[in-house]
Design a protein around this ligand. Structure first.
Ligand code: S3P
Length: 167
């Protein structure tokens, strides 16, 4: 256990924004897993998906999670939406800290991610495809998380961060 807080949830749920607010409130380092991977690999997420395929990207995600957790303590880690879907990865994360799920309705996430060219899974996906992905993932997120936060419609990232338990 090294007190990492893993922010988890579907694309567009607000992990990065809430992560920034949480890190500022707790004077803790913030790592955005996607940014960490793109810096390490000197590449972009769309290019990594294109060259390695989704499975290859998942391997990078798992390795990056492990490296961060073994090297740093007390980090706020904003994870990509698929990073904690695999139960083994979630179990590993839970040995280093705790997983906080931002449980945001699909319609809200979709409004933020539709057509985003930096998210390979949304580029050619229909609303129906993304809803199916959301529905398949949500039970896995709920199973992995030790805390579930349901943001209110007009709640700011700062207010959401204030609601995340201190321990
Ligand atoms: C992904 C989510 C993205 C990024 C990649 C894959 C996913 O991160 O890791 O495009 O599988 O849900 P965000 O959740 O920050 O958009």
């Amino acid at each position: 256990m090294n007190n990492t807080i893993f922010l988890c949830g579907f694309m567009g749920c607000g992990k990065t924004a809430v992560g920034k607010a949480l890190a500022a409130q707790r004077h803790a380092p913030l790592i955005d897993l996607d940014s960490y991977i793109t810096e390490q690999q000197h590449s972009s997420i769309p290019l990594l998906f294109e060259t390695l395929g989704e499975d290859g990207f998942r391997k990078l995600e798992r390795a990056a999670l492990r490296t961060i957790c073994t090297q740093q303590e007390g980090v706020i880690l904003a994870c990509g939406g698929g990073a904690l879907v695999h139960p083994a990865t979630a179990a590993m994360a839970n040995t280093y800290g705790r997983i906080v799920l931002l449980d945001v309705p699909f319609s809200v996430c979709f409004g933020r991610i539709a057509g985003d060219e930096n998210r390979p899974l949304t580029v050619n996906a229909s609303r129906k495809n993304l809803k199916e992905l959301y529905d398949a993932r949500r039970p896995l997120y709920l199973a992995a998380a030790s805390e579930v936060i349901v943001p209110l419609p007009r709640e700011t990232p700062k207010e959401i961060a204030e609601r995340i338990q201190t321990k």
